[in-house]
Design a protein around this ligand. Structure first.
Ligand code: KIV
Length: 289
């Protein structure tokens, strides 16, 4: 980890994101769940961080995102904010933190802002969630919609599969995008929809930023799951994820090295421990006699 001689970076704001879109500069967005990774992402110049409820799978080892609680999300969002004070951070609303009612949704969104200094929240769902987006935006909280493959509904969607391949299902996604935009979402994430559907929604968006996760190059920016990029999630690697470096392999080799060196007693070496002056040690021994 580099020394914290943090390159001072201006905090990216909501108008800053729209400026990027206006100047045709793609927005970079990654998931992140912890302090050291947030520090590195800020240093790398990432525009936005999603503290995703995918942390249930990537960090906590659950089989889905459903067991994740608001308290889990707040704890991780706080750590990420400490590591990345100048990145635009989005808190992901976990399962049942917004579905029950508009009031529940506003209260949960408010916790991300008040307790973790997030810049915006994201929630999953289409037309049926437009009133939650409307309530949250009216409460003064920037909101992002999430359409296509929405992991909290994976059971209803029949698994982790591309959404909107057929015209009728694609039309539903187009209609949902419009209703979220009209409800006040400043951004919509399209996950695993065909590239042409993503392009069509991007072209029809009026003042709403469209982001792609596995939905092709024609959106205003891209999101990836950090753990997929670096070989850090052992269970599977989705097609949409490019591996930018195999940190998992580097760490595994390091761990094996540690096991070997402790076993063969080549670790620790002098530079890895602390010494005590002779006179202090002698006095200690005499004190014990
Ligand atoms: O939780 C998450 O990381 C997400 C992405 C899959 C978009 O919602």
């Amino acid at each position: 980890m580099p020394e914290p001689q943090q390159q001072q970076r201006k905090k990216l704001s909501l108008p800053g994101l729209f400026k990027k879109v206006a100047s045709n500069e793609p927005i970079t967005w990654l998931t992140c769940y912890d302090y050291p990774t947030a520090y590195l992402q800020e240093q790398a110049g990432i525009d936005m961080i999603l503290v995703g409820d995918s942390l249930g799978m990537t960090m906590l080892g659950y089989e889905s995102t459903l067991p994740v609680t608001m308290d889990d999300m707040i704890r991780h969002s706080q750590a990420v904010r400490r590591g990345a004070p100048n990145v635009f951070i989005v808190g992901d609303m976990p399962y049942m933190s917004y579905q029950p009612s508009i009031e529940t949704a506003i209260r949960s969104a408010g916790r991300f802002m008040a307790e973790a200094s997030c810049d915006a929240i994201k929630l999953e769902g289409g037309v049926e969630m437009a009133d939650r987006i409307d309530g949250i935006v009216r409460a003064g909280i920037p909101a992002i919609g999430h359409l296509g493959l929405t992991p909290q509904s994976v059971s209803a969607l029949g698994g982790f599969r591309v959404q909107g391949k057929g015209a009728l299902q694609a039309k539903k996604i187009v209609d949902s995008a419009k209703s979220l935009e009209q409800a006040g979402a400043f951004m919509i994430l399209l996950e695993m929809v065909p590239d042409r559907l993503c392009q069509l929604i991007t072209e029809r968006a009026e003042g709403c930023i469209i982001m792609s996760l596995g939905s092709g190059p024609h959106a205003h920016g891209q999101l990836l799951i950090y753990h997929d990029m670096f070989g850090l999630y052992p269970r599977f690697k989705p097609k949409m994820a490019k591996v930018f470096g195999n940190a998992g392999e580097v760490i595994l080799n390091g761990l094996k090295g540690y096991v070997n060196e402790v076993t063969d007693k080549s670790f620790p070496q002098k530079e890895n421990w602390f010494t005590m002056p002779d006179e202090e040690y002698d006095e200690l021994v005499s004190l014990l006699d």
